[in-house]
Write a protein that binds this ligand. Structure first.
Ligand code: KG4
Ligand code: ZN
Length: 348
């Protein structure tokens, strides 16, 4: 079985072909980062237009790289949500048209489930019978949460961010420091050689409140205080609206990165104590971060359970993870060619 995946939920236009065994035959990602960089964040109108312009070429390239024709495809998987409405519409409309033309079943996939299923693209991949329940830390630019994968397709939300996502905190922090966009990789680069203990930033630990919406506050995240602490620190040290001098940047970046990673790994540790699991997964754009990967590696080593990290190529948004959901990693899936987009769509 071959699945064509299509992803257009935010600022990456992507298509991929994945086999039933989870083998990625091709994965093409056209990143729009350069188009959004001058604005320091994603501009929905620019994203939507870029998807319209590039998606046909991206799909063709994915087919070419996989060495198959559209008639060889058995299923089509497309991101239905969550994401930017106008961007989601481009992918879903294209997928619907393709499915109709080819007479193939169409599946609307939750983008967050796609991120979770990117662990199944790791080599070796987790074996559900052996490694579930698996705790998955999903950390991206738009979402940060802790999920329990009871079995493929059966997810429980354990904790979530109450304000900014981890990637968003890095992006906003980088902007305040005068670093480029996206901020996560910029902060990681700048932090090399910096002292992570130079500035003591807060590690957001939310208290139980209505904002947790019934979730365990000890498993939730809060990053807005961290960003405010950075702004206050910069104002005090360098003056209102003045960017830090280059020599201050490595320590600032290292300290800020450490605060984000500490918050994530502390809550993961708490989740492991409260919900003992057979394995841990880490997915999403921030899962590319080497310090975070090393910290979770240490943590799972202490608990003596295996760690499955999304492969680097499938951490940030891609279509292989969307196809993987429908190729089997997401358990049973229903085809329904009439679905509408779902810009807001929690998982679990
Ligand atoms: O998963 P993703 O592509 O988009 C969403 O679904 O939101 O994640 C993008 C996020 C951005 O916030 C970016 O700053 C962050 O991932 N990111 C990183 C790294 N590479 C990307 N954060 C920390 N370290 C990195 N190396
Ligand atoms: Zn994503």
């Amino acid at each position: 079985m071959l699945v064509l995946g299509i992803e257009t939920s935010c600022d990456e236009t992507a298509a991929a072909v994945v086999g039933a065994d989870g083998e990625v035959r091709s994965s093409v990602v056209y990143s729009q980062i350069a188009a959004h960089r001058p604005f320091g964040g994603v501009v929905p109108e620019i994203a939507c237009r870029a998807h319209v312009e590039t998606l046909p070429g991206v799909i063709n390239e994915a087919m070419e790289q996989a060495g198959v024709g559209l008639d060889d495809i058995d299923r089509i998987a497309v991101t239905r949500g969550p994401g930017l409405a106008s961007s989601l519409l481009v992918g879903v409309s294209a997928a619907k048209a393709l499915a109709l033309r080819l007479g193939k079943p169409l599946y609307g996939v939750n983008h967050l489930e796609g991120h979770v299923c990117s662990v199944f693209l790791a080599k070796p991949a987790p074996i559900p019978e052996e490694h579930c329940r698996m705790l998955v830390l999903l950390v991206s630019g738009g979402h940060s949460c802790l999920l329990s994968v009871e079995s493929p397709g059966d997810y429980k939300l354990l904790g979530s961010t109450l304000d900014d996502a981890a990637g968003e905190a890095l992006d906003k922090g980088a902007k305040l420091m005068g670093l480029g966009y996206p901020g996560g990789p910029e902060i990681e680069k700048m932090a090399v050689g910096g002292n992570p203990a130079a500035v003591r930033f807060p590690r957001g630990r939310p208290r139980a409140s209505a904002r947790t919406g019934g979730l365990d506050s000890e498993l939730c995240f809060s990053f807005s205080g961290l960003k405010t602490a950075l702004r206050t620190h910069l104002q005090r040290e360098f003056g209102q609206g003045v960017l830090p001098p280059p020599e201050a940047l490595p320590d600032l970046a290292a300290s800020y990165q450490q605060a984000v990673v500490d918050a994530l790994s502390h809550q993961l540790e708490t989740a492991l104590q409260k919900h003992p699991a057979k394995a841990v997964g880490c997915v999403g754009g921030v899962a590319k971060n080497k310090l975070l990967r090393a910290e979770i590696d240490r943590l799972t080593g202490e608990h003596d359970i295996p760690l499955f990290l999304a492969p680097m190529a499938y951490c940030t948004d891609n279509a292989a993870m969307i196809a993987a959901v429908v190729a089997g990693a997401g358990g049973e899936v229903d085809d329904d060619p009439t679905f509408e987009i779902k810009p807001s769509w929690p998982l679990g």
